[in-house]
Ligand binder design. Structure first.
Ligand SMILES: C[S@@+](CC[C@H](N)C(=O)[O-])C[C@H]1O[C@@H](n2cnc3c(N)ncnc32)[C@H](O)[C@@H]1O
Length: 271
């Protein structure tokens, strides 16, 4: 076991009981006990343990001590808006090529769930510029980001993004708001040549308006998809998808910025 796996003061740990019951807590000398509905955990026993070890509660339920992932943190964010589902964030990140060092413009910030995921991936050299029209949402989102030590990678901007994007040569522009088509001309100006665009919308009407705007504005490789995830119950003789699932969240529309030009030579011939 490595020293990095040793649990110490100030660490966040995920106490895992089962898929429906797990808790994130901070190791803090001032706190002696952590209470769960399956008895309490004696925190003095946690210090000096390694991640992956077991700890039993006062009523002899076994919890496992895990290091929280960004997924665990984002699921527990305080929410004052609908947040983007992790299934949609995952495909968004890979499709747009967001990674270390990238400069990403995002709107709106909402609860900051997507902002946190973007910040996590652009670290340590990259930056997320996150626009939000409502100051009170921005403040709450900032707290969520601070809690997971990701606020330093985000530049929060309290502004209506339909009025313009001040950044230039951005690698990606990502939208999760009600009227993305109004932002698409600004996204075109903000992106570098070939930069990636993504927009999340719950309804088909929003998608149609956005795709039309993308075609008019100088984007190619325009693609809309829906990500549907089913959890599978795995038990001998009973392995099958769960009966209940998240049926619909929204559609993801992707595109790449190119130069806005007049008609191509072949289009001219048809005129
Ligand atoms: C669905 S929430 C975004 C949730 C966010 N992606 C998350 O995962 O937590 C949409 C947000 O966009 C903001 N918004 C709507 N129109 C906006 C605009 N024109 N400029 C900036 N923010 C806007 C809303 O105030 C709201 O907070």
């Amino acid at each position: 076991m490595s020293v990095d796996d040793l649990i110490k003061e100030g660490d966040d740990v995920l106490l895992y009981l089962d898929l429906k019951r797990s808790y994130i807590l901070k190791i803090d000398a001032k706190q002696q006990r952590f209470h769960t509905h399956k008895g309490f955990i004696d925190l003095s026993e946690l210090r000096g343990k390694h991640y992956g070890e077991r700890i039993d509660s006062s009523t002899s339920f076994s919890f496992y001590v895990l290091k929280p992932t960004i997924y665990d943190y984002v699921l527990r964010f305080a929410r004052h808006t609908q947040i983007l589902y992790l299934k949609d964030m995952s495909i968004l990140i890979s499709h747009t090529g967001i990674g270390p060092g990238k400069r990403v413009v995002e709107a709106g910030t909402g609860s900051g769930a997507l902002t946190a995921m973007l910040a996590y991936f652009v670290r340590p050299e990259g930056v997320v510029y996150s626009y939000e029209v409502r100051q009170e949402f921005l403040e709450k989102a900032t707290k969520n980001l601070e809690r997971v030590h990701l606020a330093n990678y985000v530049n929060f901007i309290n502004r209506d993004v339909t009025e313009g994007i001040e950044q230039k040569e951005a690698d990606s522009v990502i939208l999760d708001l009600a009227t993305p088509w109004l932002v698409i001309p600004h996204a075109h100006q903000a992106l570098r040549g070939g930069g990636t665009f993504a927009s999340f919308s719950p309804t088909i009407d929003q998608v149609m308006k956005s795709v039309e705007a993308l075609k008019n504005e100088g984007f190619v490789k325009i693609e809309t998809l829906e990500c549907i995830v089913r959890r599978i119950n795995v038990e001998p003789g009973k392995t099958r998808p769960e009966t209940l699932m998240i049926g619909h969240t929204g559609y993801l529309t992707f595109a790449r910025k190119v130069d806005k030009e007049g008609p191509t030579p072949s289009q001219m011939e048809k005129l």
